[in-house]
Design a protein around this ligand. Structure first.
Ligand code: NAD
Ligand code: UGA
Length: 468
């Protein structure tokens, strides 16, 4: 019979583990939820008395305020939380491998494996182990093998796949009312029982018809497929944006017309400087690697093109900036507004802004950056990583970080919108114009500004996907 879950442990207090399990705690007051991580400063931030949490996510503070100390706990004592739990979420990072077999494509499973081995080493009772991280197919099987080979006799481990579909910036509303919750299990009586135990957790707030149950391998593949198809939509619209710029068509109008087809739908058709974030590229490369391992080179090439198009879009945008500024930006001041990979997050992983700034610096421009959420230290860290052959002191001579948009734009030749922060729409653009060198350019990589109004002020404006 299914176990009633009373204690949950979540291994990994990052962008997924933190918000997901905080919401579970909020919605399931009868379950004790402990979120653990090896990173002490991250856990300290989750526990900070003034709620200066390690990640910025609208609505998250309110959730943590209500549940923390009631039935939600954050700790570095991984072993204790594992021992006490009936159900364990594995929400650790699965980045793209940087070296070794599959480097640049395959997922690094080292963190998943360490967490799994820790569960095997310390568990003294049977557990349901839930794969929450996005993983290559058949990872659940590896986890089971490791658990069975290393645990104490007489214990059972049931493995479930329960991929997370939240998007950063809207994580809390996504978790409160998900389009679906997907649970994959073995189709054995034990596997189905474990599945029922997890359904009971989500059923505290998610309507049952939104909880989908499938086989383990379908569940693992569905997560990769969902991200690949979402990213593919963006690459498709971005590919069309290049045609628009070359012809005078308007990508907004094209996206609107296409999206009106109810088979297509209007969402996720915003042309941009290119998609970023920790997952789209990683998960597609993972799918490419899988396809190649399965000797399906045409399938691999198909998905790979989504990433190639994204790289092209970023390169194309920086080239437009250089071309428009009379073919040279050497010693010019370029202002980049936005550094996060999308609005409403402080996350910068794979942000298109990083690539653009790297391109501008390689043209020997001076770049001034402003982002409402990203911390200075993070910007220096990302630039150092993106430009490994230049010492950070040199980078710092070419880059300034400003406290607001107006300061950032002072004496610059061009303002580049890299992230769609709402506050950029409301900037006093007349004041910005007055402080800039002339002719003053705006490059809107996110289609958020009113180009006509800017032109009235005197700006020269280029918007992605518009051929005017
Ligand atoms: P993250 O890097 O923010 O968090 C992972 C955390 O796990 C880190 O704090 C790390 O210290 C911790 N960790 C690693 N190994 C550990 C171990 N053995 N024991 C204890 N703690 C350990 O990563 P994330 O963005 O939360 O992503 C986690 C997974 O979820 C990835 O597989 C990702 O693909 C997937 N995912 C992410 C998102 C997203 O929006 N970021 C959405 C859906 C799925
Ligand atoms: C994405 C998916 O949307 C989530 O469902 C998934 O759980 C998650 O990846 C994951 O697996 O990590 P996320 O990367 O947080 O979520 O954010 P998105 O809203 O998908 O945006 C990704 C990137 O695409 C951003 O850079 C965004 O600006 C860009 N984008 C998005 C566009 O350029 N155009 C669009 O129309 C939509």
């Amino acid at each position: 019979a299914p176990v009633t879950v009373k204690k949950i442990c979540c291994i990994g207090a990052g962008y997924v583990g933190g918000p997901t399990c905080a919401v579970i705690a909020l919605k399931c007051p009868n379950i004790i939820v402990t979120i653990v991580d090896l990173n002490k400063s991250r856990i300290d931030a989750w526990n900070s008395p003034d709620f200066s949490l390690p990640i910025y996510e609208p609505g998250l503070v309110d959730v943590v305020k209500e549940a923390r100390g009631r039935n939600l706990f954050f700790s570095t004592d991984v072993d204790k939380a594992i021992k006490e739990a009936d159900l364990i979420f594995v929400s650790v990072n699965t980045p793209t491998k940087k070296s070794g077999v599959g480097a640049g494509f395959a997922a690094d499973l080292n963190y998943v494996e360490s967490a799994t081995r820790r569960i095997a080493a310390v568990a003294t009772s049977s557990k349901i182990v839930v794969e929450k991280s996005t993983v290559p197919m058949r990872t659940a099987e590896s986890m089971r093998t490791i658990l069975e080979a290393n645990s104490k006799p007489g214990l059972r481990f049931d493995i479930l796949s329960n991929p997370e579909f939240l998007a950063e910036g809207t994580a809390i509303s996504d978790l409160f009312s998900p389009d679906r919750v997907l649970i994959g299990s073995l189709q054995t009586p034990e596997g189905l029982d474990a599945c029922r135990s997890l359904i009971e957790v989500y059923a505290n707030w998610v309507p049952k018809e939104r909880i989908l149950t499938v086989g383990l391998w379908s569940s693992e593949l569905s997560k990769l497929a969902a991200n690949a198809m979402l990213a593919q939509r963006i690459s498709s619209i971005n590919a069309l944006s290049a045609i628009c710029e070359a012809t005078g068509a308007n990508i907004d109008e094209v996206a609107h017309a296409v999206g009106r087809d109810s088979r297509m739908g209007p969402k996720f058709l915003r042309a941009s400087v290119g998609f970023g974030g920790s997952c789209f590229q990683k998960d597609i490369l993972n799918l490419v690697y899988l396809s190649e391992s399965l000797h399906l080179p045409e399938v691999a090439a198909y998905w790979r093109q989504v990433v190639i198009m994204n790289e092209y879009q970023k390169r194309r945008f920086s080239k437009t900036v250089v071309d428009t500024l009379f073919n040279t930006i050497t010693n010019k001041n370029i202002t980049v507004l936005g550094f996060a990979f999308k609005a409403d997050t402080g996350d910068t992983r794979e942000s298109a802004a990083i690539t653009l700034i790297r391109d501008f610096l390689s043209e020997r421009a001076h770049v001034t950056i402003y982002d409402p959420q990203v911390e200075e230290a993070q910007i220096w860290y990302d630039l150092a990583e993106a430009i490994p052959d230049t010492p950070i002191e040199q980078i710092k001579k070419q880059v300034t970080i400003a406290p607001n948009a107006l300061d950032a734009a002072k004496n610059s030749e061009a303002v580049v919108i890299a992230t769609e922060w709402k506050e950029f729409i409301d900037i006093d653009w007349k004041a910005v114009y007055d402080t800039m060198n002339k002719p003053a350019f705006v490059f809107d990589g996110r289609m958020i500004l009113n180009a006509d109004a800017l032109r009235q002020i005197g700006f020269k404006v280029k918007t992605i996907g518009r051929g005017e």
